[in-house]
Design a protein around this ligand. Structure first.
Ligand code: GTP
Ligand code: MG
Length: 276
């Protein structure tokens, strides 16, 4: 007898990562799943502009604020009546657009938006990090710069910026697990950590050279994971430093439906749900 006003999307997520990793494919697959009536045209060409889309979270995916929602739960029908929405923003990954992409991200992260950014989803092609050192360097380099932006935001002296930064989680989506050359999430994590460690060490050296021998506190903020982490870089080190958790989860956009529920995009949707 009454109709609820359509609830607007209250959170957004930004898709990042190198060209060809699968960001647009992911957006398109969720888009077509959430508006089943329309047939989404696959956009597999290289993206040049950011594009935002409102996605309806699959009603069976639990959300943090309603953790125990399950298939047998009567609240599932409530979830269908009153669907949870979020905004997914695609970005282009091409190397030539990298610096403008990073400054765009910085703007987005520090601007007050109606639907605040809850997560960064960083796509990598898990089959390409196996052999090509070049691809690993590119993927890790971009990720390093993204995480450093986030660290600066969290450590910002501006209280509201810092608070906004602290509520952002990071997912590394190790995509293309359907390919037999794809590395599992665990080794993607190790490789990215090691490569970021290299970047961090050379950056630390650069900062030390510039300040003649020792890092002062200001430079310290420019070093991912802080200065006191003498050992190798890890996402755990970053979490200890700024409280941001980085999850690495494998998946595939092209995998068959109805097989292993952990393959496909389901695990990533669950991660998104856990942020809502
Ligand atoms: P840019 O827009 O250039 O930054 O790339 P992108 O990250 O948006 O990549 P896109 O989604 O366009 O995908 C690139 C290619 O990878 C396309 O040919 C997709 O079909 C393919 N692809 C995406 N996901 C998967 C996957 O899970 N498995 C396989 N085998 N191929 C995939
Ligand atoms: Mg794209």
């Amino acid at each position: 007898l009454y109709r609820k006003a359509a609830n607007p999307a209250s959170s957004s997520f930004i898709l990042l990562g190198p060209s060809g990793a699968g960001k647009t494919s992911f957006l398109t697959s969720l888009e077509s799943a959430s508006q089943r009536a329309k047939t989404a045209t696959p956009r597999t060409h290289t993206s040049q502009n950011p594009a935002s889309t409102t996605i309806v979270l699959h009603p069976s995916v639990p959300i943090a604020s309603n953790r125990y929602r399950s298939v047998n739960d009567p609240s599932l029908s409530e979830a269908k009546r009153n669907p949870v929405k979020y905004i997914l923003r695609d970005t282009p990954g091409h190397g030539k657009l990298r610096s403008s992409q990073l400054s765009q991200l910085q703007n987005d992260l520090s601007s007050k938006e109606k639907s605040p950014i809850r997560g960064l989803i960083y796509f990598v092609d898990a089959a390409l990090l196996a052999d090509g050192a070049e691809n690993l360097r590119d993927s890790a380099g971009y990720l390093h710069d993204v995480l450093l932006l986030l660290q600066k935001l969290v450590l910002s002296k501006n209280k509201s910026l810092s608070k906004a930064g602290a509520s952002i989680s990071v997912l590394i989506a190790a995509n293309k697990q359907d390919l037999f050359t794809a590395l599992p999430a665990g080794s993607i994590k190790e490789r990215l950590e090691l490569e970021i460690d290299r970047i961090r060490k050379s950056r630390q050296k650069g900062l030390m050279d510039a300040s003649a021998g020792s890092l002062d506190n200001e430079d310290d903020e420019d070093l991912l994971g802080g200065d006191d982490g003498q050992g190798t870089f890890s996402f755990r080190l970053l979490e200890n430093e700024i409280g941001t958790k980085v999850d690495v989860i494998g998946g595939s956009i092209l995998s068959e439906e109805g097989q292993d529920p952990k393959s496909g995009v389901r695990a990533w949707e669950e991660w998104i749900g856990s942020c809502l």
